[in-house]
Design a protein around this ligand. Sequence first.
Ligand code: SF4
Length: 467
Amino acid sequence: MKIKMILPALTEAKSPFWRPIKYSLFPPLGLATLAAYCSPDDDISLQDEHVEELSLDDAPDLVVIQVYITNAFRAYAIADRYRSRGAYVCLGGLHTSSLPDEAVLHADSIFIGPGEDTFPQFLKDFQNKCPRKIYHNKERDIQTIPPIRRDLIKRARYLVPNSIVVSRGCPHHCDFCYKDAFFEGGRSFYTQRVDAALAEIDRLPGRHLYFLDDHLLGNQRFANALFSGMQGMNRVFQGASTIDAILRGDLIEQAAKTGMRSVFIGFETLSKGNLVQSNKRQNIGKDYELAIQRLHSLGIMINGSFVFGLDEDDPHVFQRTVEWAVKNSLTTCTFHILTPYPGTRLFKDMEAQGRILHRNWDQYDTRQVVYKTTGLSALELKQGYDQAYRSFYSWSNICRASLGHDNLKHMLKHFAYAGGWKKFEPLWNFMIKTQGLNKMLPLLEAILSKVKKKDAGEPLSPFPAIA
Ligand code: SF4
């Protein structure tokens, strides 16, 4: 059977002239995971429109498309095209799970929730010529999933081909997050077997790993076993955690010992009222600065995530947040305009209050205002958001934040990482166009090398080495 798997792209990412690096970071692991359930005799092609031009004139028997909110309209257009030419089309992913009634108009079958349990059942039904219209996952088990079909991934097109996911979901319930809608009707946080996760890590070449789990430290027992199994593997890795998990016990020390060099943290807001409004309970009353000091003492860089536009925000929130992030030496920041994704409690609340402005999903990209604001105008919100990015990534603030570390190597790593990420877009664009992104991996690994304890307090040298 000929199977085509597609991750459609945002309009912007299709430009033949300019491709932002953020669209070339991670391969489509979800589709490669589902591909593992297909027969070895199937002829599978996996295309990611973020990094390649789609070929849509082929004639597959089965088309599987992953839908997220800003690629939804593009995904539907591709689905309609293949269906009109006789292919059987399946849609799945976050947006399909949030709005099944919308997705089902463009598909022969749709998948609600994670596909690991339902996709194998669909394949059997399809073989037997009795596929269902809707597959709703309730079992939630990844203990026995087969190895991901990484052979289908075009590694050279990604900066981080070694991305990996060893769990699903997260133990928390923030109002603006997709997670609860996606996992509705079953478990919303579960992990792989530790030995299977370690075997998957072992299969990945090179040193660098990026864990795409929502909360790598979310299950303490699992994370402890994973990190102890990774001792001696000589890896460097990046992942995500919450503040409370960083402050609790010594898990973060284990992570650092095993090779964690940067962590993504959802600080979201510096206002307690906003945390309460968002049901971000795990952050309430937590000492952000203590967590930051702990991470910096372990040589772990921080990517902080912040949301603007919550109801307590005023016109000064942008400068206040940037100043705090610079003062605390966050290496990178990801700012978002609050976006009520369909299916979330935030969307339901705003819809009930008549605050949803439109349903043009293309604009639900966290860079545009799609709801009626309070406290500050839509224009103030958009301009403040843009200014926050400009200000945080100005050379002067990159220098100030770098100099806030107490040892030279961490200062240099911070400077190289933040500057490289945001100040060399034309170079990234060139590497993407020439399909040489993975040649940058040794540089990334060097920047993520260990800050040794003995480096602390080293005098500033005019001839420092980064690695
Ligand atoms: S902690 Fe992160 S992943 Fe978990 S529910 Fe909140 S926003 Fe979603």
